[in-house]
Design a protein around this ligand. Structure first.
Ligand code: M6R
Length: 610
């Protein structure tokens, strides 16, 4: 699914580009490949299954000298069409080995194109849709590569970013962007194209965000961006890239996931500094002021998994604090569902990456019907942020590897602030508003205490990591927490976990309870404590094992098997310490099982295909 490209002119390409490819590995790590050409049109292609480090070893052991090549295309793959094999690894090439391409996205009409090409005598070495485009370029070639690609893109339907090199024009590089993300990084004498600006940070100082139906042509040391609709050259805005070495360093942590969980107190601290004035009890945000003035009567939230779970949490917050009825959809379903878009409804799109194809497509549908769209995104300048009407960044810092942790905290923080702000403009009692703000001031310490006790959580996680199945249960605002941490455990431990509202257990899932099927019951102090004790007793009556996640005051100590304790805070804020405790639980369970925590099997961080 994912790729990068580097292009250098009048200077030598160098092995640092492999280092760069590692920066993009989070977008797919099923296999990786590079193709390089020099000014004489001589080429070097290398591919490897699985990690970029496998590719790097092959490159190091080859007798080719990377310094010698000037033009590069490279790719890390998350398999869509065809198994994880060398044949299916990008770059792909034409029959005459003249055209080389890399591709992010899906060619929807590839079967039809393949049939046409087969009828004309082409054969295929692999199963990918990308190889078909390489052969189509050869088949449709006319005059030069730029003219050819302008014709070819009309034949292939839609959702891709595609990079092409032609050995007969070794100083030319062409990219086309339709729906899949693409940015052009600019440095002195160098061009970089990449699926996102994150990966460019070490190498380019500025970048241009490309929009759909645009084509980049780099010839020698000049570039132009052309609209594929009008054929005209475009003058696009150049933006700065911010780079911090800290984002790339693991420090003393074993995994990036661990580092990112331990960054949560710092993130909370930043949020507080930027947004809340505790003297005046004011939330400072021009964006929220503009939003409140619109007085929306309903909210619909659209997002995928972790971001969807943040949306589910927000539905409780918007309804309880701001009295606005809220519905939440997974974007994969929303996209194809009949829509009743109206001007009284606020449509919120939540996404860490800001590039998730399902959410992006849903956003476009709402915009086409004139719905008012609001983004909550982590990656600055990403597509969802650029396309929506208004929005807020979660400012959680660079989160690269698969499991969303600190970005989830950032999302629920922003959503809480929104609910409080809108509630305060409506009918939220001022004493409640003040109470929540006062507790928010202590939230950093509260979450830090959870981290300080991480060894206790590790002990429990080590024990339960060895159970293949597990339930996560809770009621009300903690229910999405159970969903989120069930997802986290699935992703990185590969154990089977299910999340339910605790009240639903007796309606069916209780039949699975037995000594080998434990339950994690989330029960911080609040309105639902007694009801949760009843659920706990129902499970114990059937010899089920229970981990009890509680605040320290708990009086039911003899009822459960193991405990994870968190410091007390009010009900609306308990989602923060609970999140961090369960992130640690999932992390330590995966560590006990010796999983590839930052790169779990079959997954990629940013899912830019439907
Ligand atoms: O970038 P997004 O927030 O839009 O991504 C949505 C999901 O793909 C993402 O949350 C995914 O489920 C993560 N792997 C969760 O840890």
């Amino acid at each position: 699914m994912c790729w990068i490209f580097a292009y250098k002119w009048d200077k030598e390409a160098s092995p640092f580009l492999l280092e760069w490819l590692k920066n993009l590995e989070y977008r797919g790590y099923d296999s990786a490949g590079i193709c390089e050409i020099n000014k004489a049109g001589e080429f070097y292609i290398e591919k490897a299954v699985w990690k970029v480090s496998n590719l790097a070893t092959k490159v190091e052991n080859s007798d080719k000298e990377l310094e010698w090549y000037n033009t590069w295309i490279a790719h890390t793959r998350w398999a869509t069409h065809g198994k994880v094999t060398m044949e299916n690894t990008h770059p792909h090439y034409s029959k005459n080995e003249r055209f080389f391409i890399v591709h992010n996205g899906i060619i929807e009409n590839y079967i039809e194109l393949k049939k046409e090409l087969e009828d004309r005598g082409y054969t295929f070495y692999g199963e990918t849709d990308t190889e078909i485009v390489a052969k189509l370029i050869e088949d449709m070639f006319e005059t030069d590569i730029e003219t050819t690609i302008k014709k070819v893109f009309r034949r292939i339907t839609w959702a891709y970013a595609l990079g092409v090199i032609d050995r007969q024009e070794p100083d030319t590089l062409i990219w086309v962007k339709i729906w899949s993300p693409l940015v052009l990084g600019l440095a002195e004498w160098e061009y970089f194209l990449s699926s996102d600006a994150n990966a460019l940070a070490r190498f380019a100082k500025t970048y241009i965000n490309l929009d759909d139906w645009e084509m980049v042509v780099i010839k020698g040391n000049t570039h132009k961006i052309i609209s594929l609709d009008s054929g005209l050259s475009l003058d696009k805005q150049i933006e700065d890239i911010t780079y911090s070495e800290d984002n790339y360093a693991l420090w003393d942590f074993s995994h990036f996931m661990e580092k990112e969980i331990f960054q949560v107190p710092e993130i909370i601290d930043n949020f507080i500094k930027w947004r809340i004035d505790f003297e005046t009890l004011e939330i400072k945000s021009n964006t929220l002021e503009e939003l409140a003035a619109k007085d929306f009567k309903r909210i619909e939230i659209i997002a995928s998994w972790t971001s969807y779970n943040a949306g589910m949490t927000a539905s409780y917050l918007f309804e309880e604090l701001a009295s606005i009825p809220t519905t939440v959809y997974v974007s994969t379903e929303f996209k194809y569902k009949k829509k009743f878009i109206n001007t009284d409804t606020l449509y919120i799109f939540i996404s860490q990456s800001g590039e998730t194809a399902d959410s992006l497509e849903s956003l476009k549908v709402v915009k086409n019907k004139w719905g008012f769209t609001f983004w909550i995104v982590n990656v600055v300048g990403s597509s969802i942020a650029r396309l929506s009407d208004l929005g807020l960044y979660t400012h959680s810092g660079r989160e690269v590897w698969v499991a969303a942790t600190k970005s989830f905290i950032g999302q629920i923080w922003v959503l809480l602030i929104m609910a409080l702000y809108l509630g305060n403009k409506k009918d939220l009692e001022y004493t409640k508003y003040k109470e929540i703000l006062a507790c928010m001031q202590k939230l950093k310490d509260n979450v830090s205490l959870v981290l300080l006790e991480s060894q206790k959580i590790q002990k429990v996680a080590k024990k339960y990591a060895h159970y293949k199945d597990m339930f996560f249960l809770w009621r009300n605002i903690q229910y999405p927490m159970a969903m989120e941490w069930s997802l986290k455990c699935k992703e990185i431990t590969y154990n089977h976990t299910e999340a339910y509202s605790a009240g639903e257990l007796k309606h069916g899932p209780l039949s699975l309870i037995e000594p080998s099927f434990p339950t994690l019951l989330i029960n911080p102090e609040g309105r639902f404590t007694d009801k949760n004790v009843s659920t706990l007793k129902e499970i114990k009556a059937r010899d089920g094992l229970v981990i009890w996640l509680i605040t320290k005051w708990d009086k039911n100590k003899d009822l459960y098997d193991d405990v994870i304790e968190i410091p007390h805070t009010i009900e609306e804020l308990s989602i923060f310490p609970v999140s961090v405790a369960l992130q640690l639980f999932a992390y330590y369970a995966a560590r006990e099982l010796d999983r590839e925590i930052d790169k779990p099997r079959n997954l990629a961080k940013s899912v830019t295909v439907e």
